[in-house]
Design a protein around this ligand. Sequence first.
Ligand code: VG1
Ligand code: CO
Length: 600
Amino acid sequence: MVKITTVKTKPYGDQKPGTSGLRKRVTVFQQNQHYAENFIQSIISVIDPAERQAATLVVGGDGRFFMKDAIQLIVQIAAANGINHLVIGQNGIMSTPAVSCVIRKIKAVGGIILTASHNPGGPNGDFGIKYNISSGGPAPEGITNKIFEISKGLQEYHICPELKVDLSKIGKQTFDVETFNNEYYPIIYLEIVDSVEAYAEMLRGIFDFAALKTLLSGDKHINVRLDAMHGVVGPYVKKIVCEELGSPANSAVNCVPQEDFGGHHPDPNLTYAADLVKTMKEGEYDFGAAFDGDGDRNMVLGKHGFFVNPSDSVAVIAANITSIPYFQKTGVKGLARSMPTSGALDNVAKNLKMQLFETPTGWKFFGNLMDAGKLSLCGEESFGTGSDHIREKDGLWAVLAWLSILATRKQSVEDIMKDHWQKFGRNFFTRYDYEEVDSDAANKMIKDLETAMFDPSFKGKKLSSGDKTYEVAVADNFAYTDPVDGSVSKNQGLRIIFSDGSRIIFRLSGTGSAGATVRLYIDSYEKDPQKIYQDPQVMLAPLVDIALKVSQLHERTGRSGPTSVFVICFFFLVAHYNAFNMYAFHVCVCTPTYNAHTYL
Ligand code: VG1
Ligand code: CO
């Protein structure tokens, strides 16, 4: 009989879930007494006690350092709080999209995902805990606010300290647990499941596996290179792309999840997936992709390292959506993008007469639209793409979506992208990140900029850089009213929209683990076929200049440049620069006073 203990604790004031769960340094979770326990108890406390006995909770993570300790705590705290059924990925491994899939499949009450996504791992890296609800999606703000409120007043938590689970053995385990307050049924059923199976089964129902198999291993197959970056997606890529679709074993690399992601950032972009970019440039592979730590992000590359901007990626999938059998069955109900994501998807929506939703940053805002049958496909500029097959973005799904398009169109990634720009025009897009900025300075900059933008004289103002002049049409702090439940999310980013549709956006990140991260996004549309292949840096330079002037970002943050510049779609540079030139470029555009890296 396992005993339940009630432990006295002191609340922490900083357990507010951000864009995607609670993310802190591993040391914060490890060294502060009861820190992880408090947050886990706060999550479990939002599940109605009346529902707990029949409820199942899904638990999985991206394999990072401290994950297994956290899973043991979740089992012990869940059991002590009357959650009787838990389903856990083998060795704790389950990608974020797979957790969403399993929650939906078994009709669980929700799930807890142990991940800090693309943030580095290891003893000095980051850790994160995220709660997903019964739809399979990240808890909406109403619930994360409740978790935060509970955490701020928490005086005690309940735990079964003796309960120890063997995470390596697939199958059911049962434990007799002391009855808590005579309210709970005292047997805990725990099931360790294969991490990949349910997810693979789902993908078989979405895509034409026979056609993909021909594409990847038929007589005229293409060569692909997939980089799991030592994150959770490795076993999924191996099983689905290599074993099932027949791609050779060497087409998938870094497929064993590691606690510190091999010492790298598990972040699929041109800087952190530099090895993949280098290999792709050599020209042996036709299609390349990388994934983040928890498998929900993806980066798509074509032959010679041709880079697909994530805002374009979702637009291309939308324009070719009939290549995916799932959508032939379900129809296309609507499209959506997060506010800072470029307007490339809007152009497709207009052209195909589909409804488009613009939501705040973070996947949780798509869920209600999907549940209400209003949304089929959506994406974010931050390498997130997905559909209503689950309620999370899905890296491997996005790769199979692209491969389905290649199989149908029998064209290269580059040709598909260029055709798309010819037809719909092109959105030039860049993002500047200023990481670990002093929080007070960042907040004050946003506040002062907002005050200036809200001055009645700001609208209609003409802002110039060189010979370019833009007229302010809209200046606001983005607020979103959920069309399904009417809930309002305010302060989602400052927007300056000009009369030609170009946009400058400022917002503070909600996923960092120290200080503040300021993000500046620039989006500018070009329809003229003569101009769509121009250098994005040149095209966007005047807007960047205006953004820096109007916000005084550098002066206010004490920085002379961003930590990283995310200039995307600079395809000819990506295609032709070798690694040395890329390095030289980083050094020359970024000052050496901080950790500088540039996404070309
Ligand atoms: C960032 C991205 C956002 C994404 C979020 C979670 O948030 O901008 O688009 O949804 O990360 O991604 P922020 O608040 O730092 O800008 V991940 O792969 O955690 O799950
Ligand atoms: Co992620």
